[in-house]
Design a protein around this ligand. Structure first.
Ligand code: NAG
Ligand code: NAG
Length: 432
C-alpha cells in the first residue's frame, strides 16, 4: 500500500517535471511550432470535380484543387515522378518515405504553379513512352524529394524516419539512391528532352553528404536544392541553397514598410526602429553564438544593442523576440546545429538586415537572381568579436539601401512563402 503510494507520487513528480520542461518553450529551433498540414484526400475531390479522368497525382497530401488550368503549349512543364511520396501505392509511400514540412510546402507550391502538368503520368512514360507526348524542345522540370530527417513537430501520422532498405534515400542518399536517380536520367523523357532538369530537394537542414555530388551523382541535369549545405557539398554550377521558412514570420504594417522605403527608420532622429543590433537566442557549444553574448561589453553609450539569452524571458518569449526583431536594424542570425538559421528568414520578414555567422553556408538561390552582398552582412565566425565594429562601418545611406534591397527585392519576391521560394528556384535555373 505504502509502496504503491510512493510509486504514484514518483509518477506525479515525473509528470510535473516533464510538464515544466516542455511548458517553458524557449525559442529554440527544435521547439518552433509549425502548424502541421492535415492529410486530406484531394485527389478524390479533384477527380469528382473534374471531367478529365487523366489526372493522376498519387500524393494524397497535396491539395491540387486550385490548379486546373495548365497550358499545354507553355515552354516549360513542371512534373512529378511516381517515386517516393508520389508512389501509386500510397500506403507504401506514406509508410516508407518521410518528408519534412518544408518539402511539402514547396511541393504544394510546385503543383499550384501555372506550368504544373498533372496529366503527365510518369509510370506511363517509363513503361511505354509513346503513350505520352514528349516535346524535345520543351523544358521539363521534375521535382523529387529526398528526405533524411524532418522537423520534430511534424504530423506524427506520417511517422518518423524509418530505417529500412526499402527507403533507399534515407539518411545517406548514396548507393541505391544513385540508381534511382540514374533511372530517371535514363528515362525517355530525359533522353529526348535534353533541356530537362531533375530537382532533388534536400530540406533536412543538415547539409548534403559531402561525397554525394562528387562521387555518386555528378550529372548536370540534376540540380540539388539544399537547405543547410556548405560550399564543397554542392556543385557550384547546377545546385543551389534553399531557405528555411520563417517559423515566426513578422508581418510589417504599411507604416513600417513605408519607413523602409523612405529610410525614415534609419535616421537617428526618429525611433521607430530604436535597436541598432539584436541577438536573442541560446548558446550552443561549438557555434559562434557564445561570442555574440560577449558583445554586450562592446556597446557604446547610447547605442541600443539588445543581447538576450532565451532564459532571460521565461514569459512571453515569443512576443519579446518578435517585438525586438521588428524594431531592429541589424539582427544576428548565427548558425546553430545546422548552417541554415531560421532566424535568417525571420530577420528579413521584419525588415532588418541579417548578420550571418555561419562559415561556408551556401545561401539561398543563385547569385544572378539574389545577390546577398547587397543585403546581408556575412562575418567569419572567427571575427564574431568584431561584429559591432563592422556594423558601425556601414553608413546610414548604405544601411537604408541594404534594408530596401533585403525587404522589397529579396524577401517579398523570393522568401515570403513557398510560392515565392519556387519563383527564386525557377529563376535561378534560368540564370546560369
Ligand atoms: C504503347 O502505346 C501506344 C500508344 O498508346 C500503343 O499504340 C502501343 O501498342 C503501346 N505499346 C506497347 C508495347 O504496349
Ligand atoms: C506569397 O508572398 C507574396 C509576397 O508577399 C504575396 O504577394 C503572395 O500573395 C503570397 N502567396 C501566398 C500563396 O501566400
Amino acid at each position: 500500500m505504502k509502496f504503491e503510494r510512493t510509486q504514484r507520487f514518483s509518477l506525479l513528480l515525473f509528470a510535473l517535471v516533464v510538464w515544466l520542461c516542455y511548458s517553458r518553450a524557449p525559442v529554440s529551433d527544435a521547439s518552433r511550432g509549425i502548424t502541421p498540414v492535415s492529410s486530406k484526400q484531394p485527389q478524390e475531390r479533384l477527380l469528382s470535380s473534374s471531367s478529365s479522368a487523366s489526372w493522376r497525382i498519387n500524393d494524397q497530401t497535396l491539395d491540387l484543387l486550385p490548379k486546373l488550368d495548365h497550358d499545354k503549349n507553355s515552354k516549360r512543364s513542371l512534373i512529378l515522378t511516381d517515386i517516393g511520396w508520389n508512389n501509386p501505392d500510397q500506403s507504401y509511400a506514406l509508410r516508407w518515405f518521410t518528408r519534412s514540412i518544408r518539402t511539402r510546402e514547396l511541393l504544394q507550391a510546385f503543383v499550384r504553379h501555372p506550368d504544373f502538368d498533372a496529366t503527365f503520368v510518369w509510370s506511363d512514360m517509363m513503361t511505354n513512352a509513346s503513350q505520352v507526348e514528349i516535346d524535345p524542345q520543351k523544358e521539363y522540370v521534375v521535382f523529387m524529394d529526398i528526405e533524411r530527417t524532418f522537423e520534430s513537430n511534424a504530423d506524427k501520422k506520417f511517422g518518423r524516419v524509418v530505417k529500412s532498405k526499402d527507403n533507399p534515400c534515407q539518411r545517406l542518399p548514396l548507393g541505391t539512391c544513385r540508381d534511382l536517380v540514374s533511372g530517371i536520367l535514363d528515362s525517355p523523357l530525359f533522353q529526348l528532352a535534353k533541356k530537362s532538369t531533375l530537382f532533388l530537394m534536400d530540406c533536412s537542414g543538415g547539409g548534403l553528404h559531402p561525397q554525394y555530388r562528387h562521387d555518386f551523382e555528378t550529372s548536370t541535369q540534376v540540380s540539388v536544392l539544399s537547405v543547410g549545405s556548405v560550399a564543397g557539398q554542392l556543385q557550384d554550377k547546377s545546385d543551389m541553397g534553399l531557405p528555411h521558412a520563417a517559423v515566426y514570420p513578422i508581418y510589417l504594417s504599411d507604416g513600417e514598410e513605408q519607413d523602409i522605403r523612405s529610410c525614415e527608420s534609419d535616421k537617428t532622429t526618429t525611433n521607430s526602429r530604436p535597436h541598432f543590433f539584436t541577438w536573442i537566442g541560446d548558446g550552443r557549444i561549438g557555434s559562434p553564438r557564445g561570442g555574440l553574448f560577449t558583445l554586450r561589453k562592446d556597446a557604446r553609450d547610447g547605442e541600443d544593442v539588445v543581447i538576450m539569452h532565451d532564459n532571460e524571458y521565461k514569459k512571453d518569449l515569443l512576443s519579446t523576440y518578435k517585438g525586438h526583431v521588428r524594431k531592429s536594424l541589424f539582427v544576428a542570425t548565427p548558425r546553430g546545429m545546422d548552417h541554415s538559421p531560421y532566424r535568417f528568414t525571420e530577420a528579413l520578414s521584419a525588415g532588418a538586415i541579417p548578420v550571418v555567422h555561419s562559415d561556408g553556408w551556401v545561401l539561398p538561390f543563385r547569385k544572378k537572381v539574389v545577390d546577398w552582398s547587397k543585403c546581408a552582412v556575412i562575418i567569419p565566425e572567427a571575427k564574431v568579436d568584431k561584429t559591432l565594429q563592422i556594423l558601425r562601418s556601414i553608413s546610414q545611406q548604405q544601411r537604408c539601401r541594404m534594408r530596401q534591397h533585403c525587404y522589397f527585392e529579396i524577401y517579398q519576391k523570393y522568401m515570403a512563402n513557398a510560392t515565392a521560394n519556387l519563383e527564386g528556384i525557377l529563376e535561378s535555373l534560368r540564370a546560369i
